[in-house]
Design a protein around this ligand. Structure first.
Ligand code: SGN
Ligand code: CA
Length: 527
């Protein structure tokens, strides 16, 4: 039998009894669970942010972010240092969280697809196992949520101010700032709707910090008159990478729209193009007070910009500062609302028996490689934050380095709820890792596949990442782009600036990774 590490034995006795030292079979799941001594099932709060990169999260080492409440969550719980998505895009990743399956199995490969509402998901499983379930916030899966006793979702991407919602009874609008409004709904449900005789699953899905990074009134003054640090690769020229890296349209330098993204004044009497056409409509959703706070912040700074517009690299730096501050202010709004939710759980006496999971659907570029947005298999968008807190059960302040993915959450929560994982599940339960034990045969590599070729012009690619190496294949489309490959040694080249796929010194490693990728594609059913 695999022994549990002595240093980690302080984790609650209940939990060791709970997980034992072997993985569960779906067939005899309930019996095994009972045999493990798991008699009570935790409440679960699943907080899912949109596009929140670890570089925007203090506990992950960010020097730029302001996240005191998220840092508290990590200090009181478990932080997964190596958590990854399998497809760095909203819809596919959310579908992977729900089903435990890769994109080619759950079928939602790219935004614009519609999630098959008949698919088995972890909320459905928990609901059927007696959990009271609710969901508030961003959904972005096309079809209506299934398996929730109550829900209210933002249509599509949702709006930052005066957000519209769709609920079981139709559409409605709520005034205020979206992160506050979504949290208000969750708090009200906990206070008014919760059944004290059943465990609950509460999804709190934030829109923030998704583009177009509109901070709430309470966060506008953060870093008002100071510059944030620039990433080392802000002026990357994409040499040393496959051609696709230079062909994207997601640069801080050239692909941020003046009004929509940079919050510069909307010029009068000019026919607007691109996303700038929507900028006025977004501002018009604000109340007079919200608009006054917005103008008081941006007005004088925009005047200074227009009086002496920076050029060349200085303009890139100005764009970066404008972008990163608004992104991190949007993160800070999520953080403040996580604090509200923690306080509410304390107030209601629910903190002890509640597992809180905080995650994002994918990572994001905060100026690294000169970019915003996500999609790539490079580290910044491949990684996502994953933090769990369960007082008295999860040892406070732990960090877990095993390679985990969004597809693992469904099996994890189903195991804790005492129900088999969803039928399409391809992930592994994180319960043993949560208990401080790496089970024998844990994965040594993750599989990734990005399919969409549209917005931001990122070429489809797939690959494998081990603890140290990353192998990426761009299959190309006839007549559009040639097939290309990349091999990164993350230890020697953590910023992924020099692909060594053609370096003879890495020939053996390349062959090994190619073989591993081929095996993984067969194993996951994509080849
Ligand atoms: C929108 C954004 C894009 C973003 C996609 C996907 N433009 O189209 O920048 O890449 O969503 O994001 S916006 O101006 O409309 O915000 S995802 O998180 O939903 O996958
Ligand atoms: Ca997203």
């Amino acid at each position: 039998m695999h022994r549990c590490a002595p240093a980690r034995r302080v984790a609650a006795v209940l939990f060791f009894a709970l997980v034992g030292c072997s993985a569960p079979d779906a067939a005899d799941h309930s019996e095994r669970r009972e045999a493990r001594g798991l008699t009570s099932r935790p409440n679960i709060v699943f907080i899912l942010a949109d596009d929140h990169a670890i570089e925007g999260f203090g506990a992950y080492g960010s020097e730029r972010a302001y996240t005191p409440n998220l840092d508290r969550l990590a200090a009181e719980g478990l932080l997964f240092e190596n958590a990854f998505c399998e497809n760095s895009l909203c819809g596919p990743s959310r579908a992977a969280f729900l089903t435990g399956a890769y994109s080619h199995v759950h079928g939602f490969r790219q935004n614009g697809n519609s999630f098959d509402p008949s698919l088995d998901t972890f909320p459905r499983r928990l609901h059927d196992a007696g959990y009271q379930t609710a969901l508030y916030g961003k959904w972005h899966l096309g079809s209506d949520p299934q398996g929730f006793d109550d829900w209210a979702i933002l249509p599509g991407q949702g709006n930052y101010y005066s957000p519209d919602f769709i609920g079981p009874d139709g559409k409605f609008t709520v005034s205020g700032y979206v992160s506050d409004v979504v949290t208000d709904m969750a708090v009200e449900w906990l206070r008014e709707e919760r059944d004290p005789d059943a465990p609950f699953l509460l999804h709190v899905h934030h829109k923030a910090p998704h583009r177009t990074w509109m901070p709430g009134p309470q966060e506008l003054s953060l870093w008002a008159d100071e510059d944030l640090p620039e990433p080392a690769t802000l002026f990357d020229d994409w040499s040393g990478r496959a051609p696709a890296a230079a062909e994207q349209e997601m640069t801080i330098a050239n692909h941020l729209w003046p009004a929509h993204d940079l919050k510069l004044p909307i010029p009068a009497g000019v026919e607007l193009t691109g996303p700038d056409r929507w900028a006025q409509a977004l501002l018009d959703r604000m109340s007079d007070d919200e608009r006054a706070a917005w103008d008081a912040h941006f007005g004088p700074r925009n005047d200074a910009f227009l009086a002496d517009p920076p050029e060349g690299d200085e303009r890139v730096r100005w764009n970066y500062q404008r972008y990163i501050k608004n992104y991190l202010r949007s993160v800070a709004g999520v953080d403040r609302n996580v604090g509200r939710l923690l306080a509410e759980l304390d107030e209601l006496g629910l903190a002890e028996n509640t597992l809180i999971v905080y995650a994002s659907d994918q990572g994001f570029y905060l100026g690294e490689h000169g970019w915003y947005d996500k999609r790539w298999m490079y580290e910044e968008s491949l990684r996502l934050p994953l933090v769990m807190r369960w007082p008295g059960v999860i040892e406070a302040g732990r960090r877990e380095g095993a390679l985990v993915q969004n597809i693992d959450l469904a099996a994890t929560l189903c195991e804790l709820a005492g129900t088999p994982a969803p039928t399409l599940n391809q992930g592994r339960s994180l319960v043993p890792l949560v208990a401080g034990r790496e089970p024998a045969g844990w994965r040594e590599a993750i599989y990734y596949h990005y399919y969409e070729w549209g917005t931001h012009n990122v070429a489809p690619h797939f690959g494998v990442r081990t603890e140290r190496y990353k192998w990426i294949v761009y299959p190309g489309v006839e007549g559009e782009s040639e097939a290309a490959v990349e091999l990164f040694d993350l230890e020697a080249d953590p910023h992924e600036l020099h692909s060594v796929h053609a370096d003879p010194a890495y020939a053996g490693r390349r062959a090994e990774l190619e073989a591993r990728l081929a095996q993984m594609r067969v194993a996951v059913g994509e080849s």
